[in-house]
Ligand binder design. Structure first.
Ligand code: GCB
Ligand code: CA
Length: 857
């Protein structure tokens, strides 16, 4: 029996004392309440069951004008009891772009900003049975971003926490932060000190005296120092505390190579019982850094090149509703590439991201999304400042962060400088920059401020060069100019502004796995041009010590509902596909940036079906960090080559059929190998029933993901073969609808021309592909006018004559308003001349064709 040996009253007393002790010492409790929510849009009558993270914008995968407006969430929350001596909070890690929270029908709080966390004190509203309602709105124009090259996903797409604390606790209403801030006011190779600052709140109706205890642990887990301080709090009072540790001698320094983390445990204690009332543990890295206009970046006193990528946060099919493990997976991938740096672009991201940066060792630039233009909208600037301060307070304790950013390409869509709207716009922009720069420094003088410029010197001329470090977003050889103009731009800026440290914060080229070529060009979206582009930029960045470093644009192919190009709704400049599989160029970066492991990769990995003349050589590129590589085709050596700029190109003849390509090299004394198979197919033989498919107007092979048929690049006619006679190759970036083979229709030949295909006499099926793009769709400003050249005046009408028979008369591909709409027509024709001729005769405008397919019957 329980009472055995104890008198009943005594036992009761003991139990009561125990219960009191337990209830007083019960610390902060945190749990997610991500499950069991319901969602609807205002216009919906039905609620649907959802889990958080959630976004209501999966429509951004299907259409440019995705839903921007309100989204309603609700959930029942049942508590076993409500303790009158505890405080209750909801912590929402992100709700885009704004949120209003009600508990049991009463308004409990609201928030402006879609990328930072916020805490709502619900103590006054909470009961055992509750209905929590959160209304979000991603359509607000007073909250940044309002214009940018990514989708403004709406929803509660990061965790929702229920937090409860005793009546005394670290401050809970400090902009979504933990209320405890750690830093290293002194740090060098010999000495380091840790500072802890914070605030304690007493929500009780009586005064209390408490203790704040700070304990420092080494990276190995040994307790190094303990310090206690008394805090006296009146009823309802919030008070600061602060302390600087004793010297830690010869601290283990934090760096990407050695991400050593000390730990500071900050506890709120009941001085009488020593019980823990509240507790926060933060990780601290001892590191220091500097940026210099001439010498570049240095870490812990040594020159250090920043090597990184920009990271967007979406992944199909869930948009931005990613679980923490997906975020952590990304940081692992980035680290594995050899990066030591990341630009968390263009907005604050999940805590899981920054935590992983601390732990795996990635220096970080984090920013708020003020992009393209500063609007003249009431409240906008205030919200920007709020979001900046929130970001800094929420991620202040992360040693990985070295830079805070607040504007990206803020002059991209401003009115022309000679228009009357320019002056007020300029003043507004500069004023906001000055305001944010001051707020940033007030919040955190231990990090640098950054801003990303695009390709104009206007930034320097109007006073937007106020930040510590400038990020240049440069796309020469893509949106504008030639590859070499990138070098010129950097050199010119360095010459004119030698004291302004510089990071190449964006540079990139798009690529589409269906497009391949041996003559890559800007905007052909071939995998090969992306290779050429990065191979040009990176050595220059590496070589110039005055370039502090770079972040490639972008880590992944990411969703932009309004983007068109070869993969509508995708910005395909990624080093990785959106599903996080590597593109070829990822191996180039890895070869350049990792020397601790062997890297060897046969490139153009997606080009698995190659079509060509038998006996014709094929280019095979290897990416590698090895000095020498060898390629074997079906076991036979195609020679050894020294690598240059981390690659080597072999010209090999592939036999018809499947070939095994083996790349080999030696790392240390370990053999390294990479293998792929290529299916080589001879040019189609019409007499054998093959289909001849031509990607008219394009330099690229296009392999349809549906049929696997390869469309061959366009070429001039030579007897015994096929090709065009005259005409002009043209292309568009406009989206083409009613097809998945978009790139086929985005390139065309235009003018009065003839296509000739030498072929044995007989009956043929000739298919013509077309899409009228004379009225291009409105495009993103980021394309910098790349679509302007598309416009041709008026309507297009022409006749089509195949093998002497007029198959279309006064024909208009846009009939019925079919602009930017793919279609194909098949004609049965009889070839009696040993050559199929397709002739276009203009009636009005310029005739054109986008693709031709021929099959013998
Ligand atoms: C930029 C923007 C970025 C775009 C990128 C592009 O300069 O900062 O948001 O996605 O260019 O790909 O056009
Ligand atoms: Ca084409």
């Amino acid at each position: 029996m329980l009472q055995l040996g104890i008198k009943h009253e005594k036992w009761m007393l003991l139990m009561t004392a125990l219960w009191v002790a337990v209830s007083l010492s019960a610390q902060r409790e945190m749990k997610t309440i991500n499950d069991g929510w319901e969602f609807r849009k205002p216009a919906d009558t039905e609620w649907t069951s959802v889990n958080i993270p959630h976004t209501f914008n999966l429509d951004a995968y299907r259409q440019p004008n995705y839903y921007q407006g309100k989204g309603l969430y609700r959930r029942v929350l049942t508590l076993p009891e409500v303790d009158p001596h505890r405080r209750y909070y909801l912590k929402i890690d992100a709700a885009s772009k704004a949120a209003e929270v009600t508990v049991n029908g009463k308004s409990a709080g609201s928030h402006a900003g879609g990328y930072t966390a916020f805490v709502v004190d619900v103590t006054d509203y909470i009961q055992k049975e509750n209905i929590i309602e959160i209304t979000v709105d991603n359509g607000r124009k007073d909250i940044t971003p309002i214009s940018a090259d990514f989708t403004f996903w709406g929803g509660i797409y990061r965790d929702v926490w229920l937090v409860s604390t005793p009546e005394q606790h670290f401050r809970m209403d400090n902009m979504g932060s933990d209320g405890v801030f750690v830093s290293t006011p002194e740090v060098n190779g010999q000495r380091g000190k840790i500072q802890v600052k914070g605030e304690v709140t007493n929500d009780a109706e009586t005064a209390v005296t408490l203790e704040v205890q700070n304990q420092i642990y080494s990276p190995q887990g040994d307790l190094l120092q303990t310090r206690k301080q008394k805090v006296k709090l009146k009823a309802g009072e919030t008070r600061e505390f602060g302390y600087v540790s004793d010297v830690i001698a010869n601290p283990d320094l934090w760096s990407p190579e050695t991400p050593s983390l000390y730990k500071v445990k900050t506890q709120l204690l009941n001085p009488k019982t020593n019980e823990v009332i509240d507790e926060k543990t933060n990780k601290v890295g001892f590191r220091w850094f500097a940026f210099d206009g001439n010498k570049g970046f240095s870490l812990n006193g040594k020159p250090y090149k920043l090597r990184g990528v920009n990271r967007h946060q979406d992944q199909a099919p869930v948009g931005v509703a990613l679980d923490d493990e997906a975020h952590r997976r990304d940081i692992r991938l980035i680290k594995e590439l050899g990066c030591n740096f990341i630009r968390i672009s263009h907005y604050p991201q999940d805590d899981a991201i920054v935590e992983m940066c601390d732990e795996l060792g990635l220096l970080a630039w984090e920013e708020i999304p003020i992009i393209n233009i500063v609007p003249d909208t009431p409240g906008y600037a205030d919200n920007c400042e709020l979001n900046l301060r929130e970001m800094i307070r929420q991620h202040y304790n992360h040693p990985s962060i070295i830079a805070w950013g607040y504007m990206n390409e803020i002059l991209l869509t401003v009115p022309p400088v000679d228009s009357p709207e320019w002056q007020p716009c300029k003043e507004r922009t500069v004023a906001l920059a000055q305001r944010l720069e001051a707020a940033l420094k007030e919040e955190d003088s231990s990090r640098v401020s950054v801003m990303a410029f695009n390709m104009t010197n206007l930034y320097n001329e109007i006073g937007l060069d106020l930040e510590d470090v400038v990020g240049w977003n440069l796309y020469q050889g893509w949106y504008v100019d030639k590859l070499e103009d990138f070098n010129k731009w950097c050199e010119d800026q360095h010459r004119r502004y030698p004291h302004h440290p510089m990071i190449i914060s964006e540079w990139g080229a798009g690529s589409d796995r269906r497009l391949h070529t041996t003559e890559g060009r800007a905007f052909d979206f071939s995998m090969e041009y992306q290779q050429t582009y990065v191979e040009h930029y990176l050595p220059f960045i590496e070589e110039k010590e005055w370039i502090s470093g770079c972040t490639y644009w972008n880590f992944i192919d990411f969703n932009v509902a309004a983007r068109q190009e070869s993969m509508p709704r995708v910005n395909n400049k990624g080093l990785f596909y959106n599903d996080r599989t590597h593109k070829d160029v990822a191996y180039y970066f890895k070869s350049m940036w990792r020397k601790d492991i062997p890297v060897l990769r046969i490139a153009s990995r997606d080009w698995k079906v190659r079509v060509g003349k038998e006996g014709e050589t094929q280019q095979i590129k290897l990416y590698s960090n090895l000095p020498e590589v060898e390629l074997f085709v079906n076991g036979e050596s195609a020679g050894k080559q020294a690598t240059d700029n981390c690659h080597a190109v072999f010209n090999v003849v592939l036999p018809v059929g499947t070939s095994v390509l083996t790349a080999q090299g030696v790392y240390g004394n370990k053999p390294v190998e990479d293998v792929m198979t290529i299916d080589f197919r001879p040019l189609p033989d019409l007499s054998e029933g093959d289909e001849l498919a031509i990607n008219v107007g394009s330099n690229c092979f296009f392999t349809s993901a549906l049929s696997n048929l390869t469309w061959l690049p366009d070429r001039p006619y030579v007897p015994g073969s096929w090709g065009y006679v005259s005409g002009e190759a043209r292309s568009t970036t406009s989206e083409i609808v009613n097809t998945v083979d978009v790139p086929l229709y985005q390139t065309r030949r235009e003018g009065e021309f003839t296509y000739k295909i030498d072929a044995p006499d007989g009956n043929y099926e000739v298919e013509l592909l077309m899409a009228d793009v004379t009225r291009p769709a409105a495009q993103l400003a980021n394309l910098l006018g790349k679509n302007k050249s598309e416009e041709t005046a008026g309507e297009t009408r022409f006749n089509i004559v195949i093998c002497g028979r007029q198959v279309e008369t006064n024909f208009s591909p846009a009939d019925g308003g079919r602009y930017r709409t793919a279609f194909k027509r098949r004609y049965i024709v009889c070839n009696e001349e040993g050559c199929i001729t397709i002739a276009l005769e203009a009636v009005k405008g310029k005739p054109f064709i986008s693709g031709i397919k021929v099959r013998k019957l």
